[in-house]
Design a protein around this ligand. Structure first.
Ligand code: HPA
Length: 249
């Protein structure tokens, strides 16, 4: 099992009995994140006796990396033998009834980045040319995750994550458009990692921390400090859900 920790969600690392922590800058072809709230360590350790790998922070397409570079660390996890990948992120909420601080089980995504990490010659050793994405977010794992939320009496949402390139937040018109498409949350990561992981046959499960209501829904302007502040407020509940989820998968 591996987990990719998004903006401000790196505190989950405190739940890990860390055995090895390697800064990304010491790993060939890894890039150190440039975004506040992303640390940049590959961690090997145990959560309640269960061995996990954690990517503490990620790099994004908007930082100027190619999609191949963005998914490099995900592919390394797959080659290290990871079978289940938990993707976490901070996202703007645009679904009905969403509140800042909600956690959302990602049911599916819409890739609106305008590109795809698998464009180019197919790497046959990793997976097929035309990977199936019917269950991009594994149903069995989604149900298990939902059972953890219920058991912990933790408020949760379910919905579709719209993945955009960023780095601008969306315009209110774009958010109305995304809502029409069926998106409940919007963010700047995750979809490419999910695609690369599915290509390799990994099971993926995703959780968005709704750090803010999306543009035009919120009655104020958006800022990254609001994103990291809200992520900080929910990191305790989030870490508990993750820990309990890891126990049962
Ligand atoms: N939009 C896109 N990405 C985000 C947002 C948002 O409102 N909040 C956190 N990541």
């Amino acid at each position: 099992v591996a987990i990719t920790l998004g903006s401000g969600l790196g505190v989950f690392v405190e739940k890990i009995q860390v055995e090895i922590s390697v800064p990304y800058k010491e790993i060939p072809y890894f890039f150190a994140p440039t975004v506040v709230g992303h640390s940049g360590n590959l961690i090997v350790g145990k959560v309640n006796g269960k061995r996990i790998l954690a990517l503490q922070g990620r790099v994004h397409f908007y930082e100027g990396h190619s999609m191949e570079e963005v998914v490099f660390s995900t592919r390394v996890l797959g080659l290290l033998g990871v079978k289940t990948l938990i993707l976490t992120n901070a996202a703007g909420g645009c679904g009905e009834g969403m509140l800042a601080g909600d956690l959302m089980i990602i049911e599916d995504h819409i890739n609106l980045t305008g590109t795809n990490p698998l464009i180019g010659p197919n790497i046959e050793e990793l997976g097929p040319r035309f990977p199936d994405m019917t269950e991009a977010y594994n149903q069995d794992l989604r149900l298990k995750l939902e059972s953890v939320f219920k058991k912990n009496n933790t408020r949760y949402q379910k919905g579709i994550y719209g993945g955009l390139s960023g780095p601008t937040y969306e315009t209110p018109a774009e958010i109305r458009y995304l809502k029409m498409l069926g998106c409940s949350a919007v963010g700047m990561s995750t979809v490419s990692e999910c695609i690369a992981a599915n290509h390799m046959g990994l099971k993926v499960v995703g959780i968005s921390c709704i750090t803010n209501l999306a543009a035009g829904i919120a009655n104020h302007k958006l800022s990254h400090s609001d994103v990291t502040e809200t992520a900080k407020k929910v990191e305790f509940a989030f870490s508990k859900v993750l820990t309990n989820f890891i126990e049962i998968i």
